[in-house]
Design a protein around this ligand. Sequence first.
Ligand SMILES: [Zn+2]
Length: 281
Amino acid sequence: MKALLSVDVEDWFQVENLKQAINRESWPRYESRVEKNIYLILKILDERNTKATFFVLGWIAEKHPGLIKQIYSQGHEIACHGYNHELVYSLSSDKFYEDVSSAKNLLEDIIGDRIIGYRAPNFSITDSAIEILSSLDFKYDSSLFPIILHNRYGKLKNFPVKNASVFEIKKNFFQVELSYYELLNLKLPWAGGFYFRFIPYYIFNKGINSILNKKDYYLFYIHPWEFDPWQPRIKNIKLNYRLRHYTNLHKTEYKFKRLLQDFRFSPIRDIIPPIKENLKL
Ligand SMILES: [Zn+2]
């Protein structure tokens, strides 16, 4: 299958757009809604007999190990989204190593299987992070979003970025790019999140078909809090952050169901060549 599906497992109060109002220390004070929202996603996936990759935040896994086991037991891939959801380029190499290795170990302990995939919070990947991920025995990173317009996304300078969505960025280590739609000279993010909620579904669908005609793969991502229009509203943040977070939350479930009807998706693990065998720890 050429369409890949991913879910970034984090709670509504952990996102970068709300960081102005909610700092890391205050997370335990907020109502956790991730379980309810993940169960909704699992139900929708089950109805469509679709498997996905779940990039799980270590902080969530520690609080909800049963949830992670449930996702895994339904045949989905568990991958790593770091521990504390900090922008990778804001961390020293040592801190990044600590963040990602503690999350990986925790997830492997919970599911008793190997974790091979990583996604950086807000796609904030760097060259040195790729080296560290490869040294920790990850087999792929799915954080590269080659969009210049968005200043929060990370960049890779030292690795060859090829005209393919999935490519071997170093020996036995793959990059799985987030999808974009090329219009004139612009690359528009076309992989999910805010853009999926904002753009009318039939246009988004046309864009995916056009990407699938040109590229080797299409990669979609979504968050559990995007399915939750009833989440608490945080007001004291910048208007554009508020728009990014809250636009069309009530439409996600309907649009996501249509997406799964129109395309057949698979988890990322299924298309990474060298690790199809010997996956068990
Ligand atoms: Zn995230």
